[in-house]
Design a protein around this ligand. Structure first.
Ligand code: NIG
Ligand code: FE
Length: 448
């Protein structure tokens, strides 16, 4: 593959700190990004919109590894939806003063949350099942008795198209109002071609109706539907021959629930390979219920992420690190399952990139708030609050392969979360009260 070069200074990718993807195949190194926007004006960044200056920021959590820590008394200038200047307000060049200004009044700004694992398109609820689990019934027993995922499949198939969009949009809208600016959404409650495709259409509709970026994942292998219980092979054939051709144009990733009592390693390998043939990159639900080989399969196929990972040893963590597979951890699901949390510290120490996500679904994680997840990361998983915030922003962005999100630096997408506090620790310290003051998407204030 040809080496990418900065379209402005023509330095090659390996000689610059970071090469940003611009519109129409333009690439810009972060040194040149500010200049590029000035010279080319609106035209260079036609996919984005929004000019804004944020001033009076007590602290900016940038996630920029070139800086020692947060920027104090900061300002952020945004042109056409991208950050063109960031630093201490006293150093702000006067030309940026003309831009529409949002005075943050001493509050804290961090990147918008990137929720890298959700099942937010569904109908029905499973509160009764939750009640049973809190009385001691296991997830597996409920699943074997025809409840669990199958119950949501029945409700989702029965929902009319308008209803599925309405209830799912409402969830996504609440997520946005809590600071999430990019969300991954999986299918997997249709388990037949039309409903699987319809779920992904709803996901894409959410992305076009709300100022929220949606990343779509096909999860036809979420469970074997009741009608195929006696013929698993026929269901796998249906996924390969009918579902994947029907969804390939509207999904980016292919996922499989590879775990005890669900899909075996061989079955998951088959589905992911078929997904690959249709251009869908692999990710995997792995090692949630047991250590049944999902993690090793994620490594084998070069999955973008392995998600859940409650059952992981030190040695397995090193496999993930060596293969560059991102660990997407879902502490709200483990909490609801009353299971041990994934070993976040061990994974980080092994060099694995860790992301945190909600897993929003009606069975194991009826949760929409990434703030709540950040709090769990700190209080339940042994991460520091800073690590937990990083995992919910930059970690999430890496897990959905969006390198210009999840950090705040010149050239990054201006998805910003302005807290109603000057202390980012409040995200975890006061987990029951939303900390969101305003949300900025592509440089436009969309909440608050
Ligand atoms: O991520 N683990 C598999 N799927 C979901 C649960 C889905 C459900 O119970 O409806 C999860 O936890
Ligand atoms: Fe999940």
């Amino acid at each position: 593959m040809a080496r990418r070069v900065c379209s402005f200074c023509e330095k090659p990718e390996d000689e610059v700190a970071h090469l940003l993807a611009g519109p129409r195949g333009v690439a810009i190194c972060d040194e040149c990004a500010e200049l590029a926007v000035e010279i080319t004006g609106d035209h260079a960044f036609e996919q984005t919109s929004g000019d804004l200056l944020l001033t009076g920021v007590d602290r900016i959590i940038t996630n920029d590894p070139r800086l020692d820590g947060p920027i104090g008394e900061g300002a952020i200038a945004v042109r056409n939806g991208r950050i063109t200047w960031i630093g201490r307000e006293q150093d702000l060049p006067s030309r940026y003063r003309e831009i529409v200004t949002l005075d943050c009044g001493g509050r804290t700004v961090l990147p918008g949350f990137v929720d890298a694992h959700t099942h937010l398109v569904f109908d029905g609820d499973r509160a009764d099942e939750f009640g049973q689990r809190m009385r001691g019934a296991s997830y597996e027993t409920i699943m074997t008795a025809g409840g669990g995922i199958q119950a949501t499949v029945r409700a989702t198939r029965a929902a009319g198209p308008d209803r599925l969009l309405e209830v799912s949009m409402a969830r996504a809208d609440r997520m946005l109002s809590l600071g999430t600016t990019t969300v991954e959404i999986k299918s997997g409650y249709g388990l037949e071609t039309l409903t699987e495709r319809h779920m992904l259409e709803v996901a894409s509709e959410i992305g076009s109706r709300l100022p929220l970026d949606v990343v779509s994942t096909f999860l036809g292998a979420h469970a074997i539907p009741d009608e195929y219980r006696s013929d698993r092979d026929a269901y796998l054939w249906l996924i390969e021959e009918e579902m994947l051709p029907a969804v390939a144009s509207i999904a980016e990733y292919c996922d499989v629930f590879c775990d005890a009592g669900v899909f075996s390693v061989d079955e998951a390998r088959r589905v992911l390979a078929a997904g690959r043939r249709h251009g869908l990159r692999p990710r995997l639900h792995a090692n949630q219920l047991g250590d049944t080989g999902g993690l090793e399969l994620a490594v084998e196929v070069g999955a973008v992420s392995a998600d859940h990972l409650e059952h992981v040893s030190e040695r397995q963590a090193s496999y993930l690190a060596d293969a560059g597979v991102i660990a997407v951890l879902l502490p709200a699901a483990s909490l609801s399952m009353q299971a041990a949390q994934a070993p976040a510290r061990l994974l980080r120490d092994a060099g694995v990139t860790v992301a945190l996500a909600t897993d929003c679904n009606p069975g194991t994680s009826n949760v929409e708030s990434m703030q709540f997840v950040v709090a769990l990361g700190a209080m339940e998983m042994g991460l520091t609050v800073e690590e937990s915030i990083w995992a919910a922003t930059r970690g999430g962005a890496l897990a959905v392969e969006e390198p210009d999100k999840g950090w705040l630096r010149v050239g990054a997408v201006a998805d910003l979360h302005v807290l109603d506090t000057d202390n980012y620790l409040d995200l975890a310290y006061r987990p029951d009260r939303p900390c969101t003051w305003k949300v900025v998407k592509d440089g436009r204030v969309v909440v608050g």
